[in-house]
Design a protein around this ligand. Structure first.
Ligand SMILES: Nc1ncnc2c1ncn2[C@@H]1O[C@H](COP(=O)(O)OP(=O)(O)OP(=O)(O)O)[C@@H](O)[C@H]1O
Length: 670
């Protein structure tokens, strides 16, 4: 049934877009704040269309463009699909845009990188001095011992072991090291860092003609000595360079008089600073320039995002109270979770649905049974807190189990699982994992009869103009034959087979240059470097990784790229559901999450008590609230929340939950 919008709401919605259009006409920067499901993407799209209609010709004549920054590549593609390719519009993720903009400014980039190296040197020296003093060691003796090649072999081949099994072979190798152990982690850090000092010094002494800063979008960390930078440093360098440089501010303002930033709440503060410096320049010089931020501060779920827009009072604030996605009942529940008086309402007059249901259970709920009982079998998302549960449901639990044992994803680095392994924003996925994903993508395309030739050639080193029909068809046939059972083959085996058929593909996917004889060893060393943070040739673990079946990697690929998104039942983490929408949503909550034993309980227990929370506690409360808000607001028709907690009898807790959800059921069988 077609839902109906009242005339008053229709007019109000048009007026909101008109407020945005006025800002664009008058070059008044604005912040468009709207709740979940309000249609922010739609408004962004309309704003771009509006400028193109009225000012498109002017822009073309002046060689100017509209710049639109999206949070993910998926959001970028979505917007490009809606608007179509248009030479007056640049739609880009922030890193892609900034690198295009700044990469020609090599002199300033090199200067920034040198400063970063000097900072690192100073930090390492301080760390070393403290360590030497604490253990009464002589600097020269210590440095000579730890730079010895044999020592480094012992050090790295035992690196991932626990304290005692690590210490024993090191001390057996040279009893000198007996004096160095207070904390094993500290020792490891000092050895690793001090051994970098020489390469830092060499990098500083290089002739300027020999140096070029490169941005590697697949890496999550810098290699400062090689002048290779990753995401964070790109933002940092750009901020420093643009803030200090009027000419670049002018270039930005003159080239892009209209800048839109989508999902401002999860945008890095450095990006806002860069745009603000351009805005200030334009205002001082009376230049026509407008920036529009689109977002919702309560949907801030990533730590590096600003949350609230800094200096919001300097922008025209435009708000949209309507929700175009969900039923009245769901809007009421998500409004209570927000609890900030935002008061969102449905744009439709007749958008009634079922009441949202909340289930309390002391045990783990059998989700399959639950879905069957509620006849949830199409367009249904199950949102789970724990990575382990998601990986199990999506069929890549073995992959998770193996990588969880590596230094990159264990102990204090467990958080990397969310940012580098399960992150749907592919630019943040760990660099080695991105290479693996490219390999999986290549195999999937080879077996897909609907793949275009262009897509296939994309992964090979041959160019479309040189490859012959015969060559291409022989090549596809060979891979299809050799990898016919790839689903059950080990990843390492699949890579080796493709390498035998045509090693240029493997070299291209894994960035291996022609000087390397054995691509497979190179890939194994890359895995070691990535997962163990080390250069070396330790392979015991690597065998385990490369023995994992291809199918596990394919399931992981499907999860990252959201294949088959709306058919049947799909599983996501609560974080991963951002930006999506489904007819039915089942959210499963637990207390043991994010190194807390009361992760969700903290939110529900304090729901009516937030005034007494100090700043730190308020921040903790808000983190859970935002995540719950994002997850529950994905539902269009039906929302079910299951809370697995031992505290299901706590009357204050239950009372607070009842303040949010109209139906709260205890589904304990005992
Ligand atoms: N003006 C409009 N006309 C028709 N449908 C719309 C309009 N605006 C939004 N919608 C639809 O409403 C739903 C929500 O819109 P959208 O996803 O753009 O909201 P959002 O504000 O970006 O949501 P969220 O922040 O929760 O991800 C989508 O299904 C979208 O297609």
């Amino acid at each position: 049934m077609k839902k109906e919008i009242t005339e008053a709401n229709r007019i109000e919605e048009l007026e909101i877009q008109e407020q945005i259009n006025n800002c664009l006409d008058e070059f008044r920067s604005f912040c468009f704040d709207a709740g979940a499901g309000a249609g922010k993407t739609y408004a962004l799209h309309k704003s771009i269309e509006y400028i193109l209609q009225g000012k498109g010709k002017n822009l073309r004549n002046r060689n100017q463009k509209i710049l639109c920054i999206t949070y993910t590549n998926a959001a970028k593609e979505e917007l490009i699909n809606r608007i179509g390719h248009n030479s007056e519009v640049v739609i880009s993720t922030i890193h892609e845009f900034l690198w295009n903009f700044i990469s020609v400014q090599q002199r300033m980039l090199v200067e920034q990188n040198k400063k970063a190296i000097e900072n690192e040197q100073a930090k390492i020296k301080e760390l070393e001095d403290k360590f030497l003093k604490k253990h009464s060691l002589d600097k020269n003796v210590f440095e000579e011992k730890i730079s010895n090649e044999q020592f480094l072999n012992v050090f790295y081949s035992n690196y991932s072991k626990k304290a005692t099994p690590f210490k024993t072979p090191v001390i057996n190798y040279d009893v000198f090291f007996d004096k160095c152990f207070g904390s094993v982690d500290e020792f490891k850090k000092v050895v690793r860092s001090v051994n970098k000092l020489d390469s830092y010094q060499e990098a500083l002494e290089k002739h300027p003609n020999e140096i070029k800063v490169e941005y590697n979008p697949t890496r999550n960390r810098d290699d400062l000595a090689k002048y290779i930078i990753s995401h964070d440093s790109l933002l940092e360098y750009c901020k420093n360079i643009i803030e200090e440089n009027n000419i670049l501010q002018r270039l930005l303002v003159n080239s892009y008089p209209y800048i839109f930033i989508d999902e401002y709440q999860d945008t890095d503060k450095k990006v806002i600073d860069i745009i603000s410096s351009a805005k200030e320049y334009a205002s001082n010089k009376n230049k026509k320039f407008v920036v529009g931020y689109f977002g919702d501060s309560l949907q801030n779920i990533y730590e590096n995002g600003v949350g609230n827009l800094p200096k919001k009072d300097k922008y025209t604030l435009i708000r949209k109270k309507f929700n175009r996605r969900s039923t009245h009942q769901i809007i009421s529940v998500i409004g209570k979770i927000r609890n900030d008086g935002f008061n969102q309402k449905s744009i439709y007059k007749d958008n009634n649905g079922d009441l949202c249901r909340f289930y309390l259970s002391s045990n783990e709920v059998d989700l399959e049974k639950f879905l069957k009982q509620h006849r949830l079998n199409v367009n249904t998302a199950c949102l789970l807190l724990k990575n382990k549960d998601i990986c199990e449901k999506r069929g890549f639990e073995k992959l998770l189990a193996v990588i969880s044992e590596t230094p990159r994803f264990s102990g204090g680095n467990r958080g990397n699982l969310n940012s580098e392994f399960l992150q749907k924003n592919e630019q943040y996925i760990g660099w080695f994992f991105r290479e693996i994903l490219s390999f999986i993508k290549f195999i999937i395309r080879i077996f897909d009869d609907n793949s275009t030739v262009n897509k296939l050639i994309d992964s090979t080193s041959k160019s479309t103009s040189h490859i012959t029909f015969n060559e291409l068809s022989r090549f596809i046939k060979a891979i299809r034959h050799e990898l016919a059972n790839c689903e059950t083959m080990a990843l390492g085996n699949c890579i080796e087979k493709v390498n035998k058929i045509d090693s240029s593909i493997i070299r291209k996917i894994f960035f291996i240059d022609h000087k390397v004889d054995d691509p497979m060893s190179f890939i194994k060393n890359s895995a070691f470097e990535y997962l163990y943070f080390q250069n070396g040739e330790y392979s015991e673990f690597l065998d385990k990784f490369f023995e994992i079946k291809f199918n596990q990697f394919k399931n992981w690929y499907d999860y990252i790229y959201d294949e088959n998104i709306h058919t049947g039942i799909s599983y996501y983490t609560l974080h991963g559901s951002k930006g999506l929408e489904f007819e039915n949503v089942v959210v499963v909550l637990q207390d043991d999450f994010a190194r807390k034993k009361d992760y969700c309980r903290y939110f529900f227990s304090n729901f009516n008590n937030t005034r007494s929370l100090n700043n730190k506690d308020q921040k903790r409360f808000n983190q859970v609230r935002n995540l719950l808000y994002v997850a529950c607001s994905r539902a269009k028709e039906h929302l079910y929340v299951i809370y697995e907690t031992q505290n299901y009898k706590d009357s204050n807790l239950v009372k607070n939950i009842k303040d949010i959800f109209p139906i709260v059921e205890d589904i304990n069988t005992n």
